[in-house]
Design a binder for this molecule. Structure first.
Ligand SMILES: Nc1nc2c(ncn2[C@@H]2O[C@H](COP(=O)(O)OP(=O)(O)O)[C@@H](O)[C@H]2O)c(=O)[nH]1
Ligand SMILES: [Mg+2]
Length: 469
């Protein structure tokens, strides 16, 4: 790299560092994040086109909160220099972050956590490439809040508001995310032009509201500069509120009822360095308490495996906790199970324990081959589960206020009540009415989203041996 470029990158890092808080500026280290268990724990999904500045903004947030050391930033600067990628030192913080529980490269979903005054956030940074949409879907089902990052740079907005971004928004809303913050980033490149901000806001609004993905009262537009850290923590002069102001004031709690039966879709299964078997996931419903697992009343469905729980840890696997509730990410150390447990299984307690190969879902068809006939095969995504082959075996259309007789095919834009079979393996899913996050589904094929919808009912496996308790 030329000396001048290298110098510019170093100057940039120095400029970034001037915004870092002083050591005693009320910054909380990771260890005490989890101790503040009265705070709500929300998950935000960053999405938007590649290059719009998602990773940079997440890196900047961590830096502003003191969760990244000067050494770490300098290490990332060295990496950016080596890769000849100017301006990437902040993005590298999240892009290179190796989360304890996501060591598996395949996840490709950046993950970090931080807290502000009144709440704790887990950040998922969705990859902006179409081949990685399945990974993005995994983040969408976990998210309480969507953050769409769009570049204000001349030409970039026009170029980048692609069909992929539209698919991200579609999927996020299909997985029940109601609130969206649109960060119009790189405002420094347009000299914080109000006219440019309003132009982008207007164009995006008409798309978002016309398609009915989000209600206007649930969408907030904010101008920011991720690279310079402007309007992220502190309100920039000329703007009304910063990103942190909005996050603090937002009327939002994690979905899921803490007193309902316990459900935790398993995101990851692995053996840690001490040889413990660990299941990792996000609690969607109910509360897991220490005394519960002493009574052995947890079951991993559909395997019907009763895990022997050794310990319960919070998000980073380092702090043992007594209990966890909706929104919390937990690592549960268990005695080696009898069955091979895979991601997509559900740790459950209470209610009817689900084990099924067929269910009925209300679907909205977004994109179909010209006509979609009974017998259509697709890939099913539901909570943390990915099933490579499911079949639509029967369809009914909604006409004159009710689901009428069988239909042979449906077209794009139509709704249908579908009977779906998963021939190969049992799965564990739930009715939308009882456990919303375990009943929202997406069907995809050949790299595009065919339909989104909700599980209305499922057929219990006749041979299920576990009773609910
Ligand atoms: N000028 C300017 N550049 C930015 C800003 N935010 C990000 N960038 C640059 O945009 C490029 C892409 O950023 P990155 O965070 O990797 O985008 P991602 O693909 O959406 O994660 C990098 O070169 C960043 O330095 C910003 O606020 N202003
Ligand atoms: Mg990125």
């Amino acid at each position: 790299m030329e000396d001048s470029k290298k110098r510019r990158l170093e100057e940039e890092t120095d400029a970034i560092l001037t915004k870092r808080p002083k050591a005693d500026a009320g910054v909380h280290c990771e260890a005490d994040v989890r101790m503040l268990d009265t705070r709500s724990h929300l998950t935000m999904l960053f999405m938007g086109p590649s290059g719009s500045g998602k990773s940079t903004i997440v890196g900047q947030i961590l830096l502003l909160l003191g969760l990244v050391s000067i050494e770490e930033l300098q290490e990332n600067e060295a990496l950016a220099i080596a890769d000849d990628r100017q301006g990437r030192q902040l993005a590298y913080i999240i892009d290179n972050k190796e989360d304890d529980h996501r060591l598996n490269d395949e996840m490709q979903l950046g993950n970090a956590s931080f807290e502000i005054k009144s709440r704790t956030f887990t950040v998922l940074d969705a990859p902006g490439q179409s081949r990685l949409v399945p990974k993005m879907i995994k983040g969408a089902y976990e998210a309480d809040l969507g953050i769409l990052v769009i570049s204000a740079s001349d030409g970039e907005f026009e170029q980048c508001f692609s069909s992929l971004t539209q698919e991200h928004l579609q999927l996020t809303s299909a997985f029940g995310v109601e609130k969206l913050i649109v960060l119009i980033n790189k405002m420094d490149t347009v000299l914080w032009s109000t006219a440019r901000f309003e132009e982008i806001e207007e164009k995006l609004s008409s798309f978002l509201f016309l398609k009915n993905y989000f209600h206007s009262e649930n969408v907030t537009f904010l101008p920011v500069s991720g690279l310079h850290g402007d309007n992220i923590e502190m309100c920039r002069s000329g703007t009304v509120r910063s990103l942190f102001d909005v996050l603090e004031a937002m009327d939002l709690v994690p979905r899921g009822d803490a007193s309902a039966p316990f459900r935790m879709p398993i995101i990851q299964v692995y053996t840690n360095e001490d040889g413990n078997h660990v299941i990792y996931g996000r609690v969607c419903s109910g509360t897991i308490k220490k005394h519960d697992y002493k009574h052995d009343n947890l079951v991993i469905m559909p395997y019907q495996e009763r895990p022997k729980v050794v310990a319960l840890y919070c998000i980073k696997g380092k702090i043992e906790v007594d209990q966890a509730g909706p929104g919390d990410y937990v690592s549960i150390h268990i005695v080696p199970p009898h069955n091979d447990i895979h991601p997509g299984a559900v740790l459950s307690s209470g209610g009817a324990l689900s084990r099924t190969k067929s269910f009925t879902a209300e679907l909205r068809f977004l994109k179909t081959p010209a006509r979609m006939y009974n017998g259509f095969n697709a890939m099913l995504h539901i909570h943390s589960l990915e099933v490579h082959n499911c079949e639509i075996v029967e369809m009914k259309k909604f006409t004159n206020g009710s689901w009428s007789g069988r239909r042979r095919f449906v077209k794009e834009g139509e709704f249908a009540l579908c009977r779906i079979e998963v021939p190969e393996n049992y799965i564990s899913i739930e009715e939308i009415a009882n456990f919303p996050q375990l009943g929202e589904l997406v069907l995809r094929t050949e790299g595009y989203t065919v339909a989104v919808g909700n599980v209305i009912s499922w057929d219990q496996d006749e041979d299920v041996v576990m009773a609910g308790f």
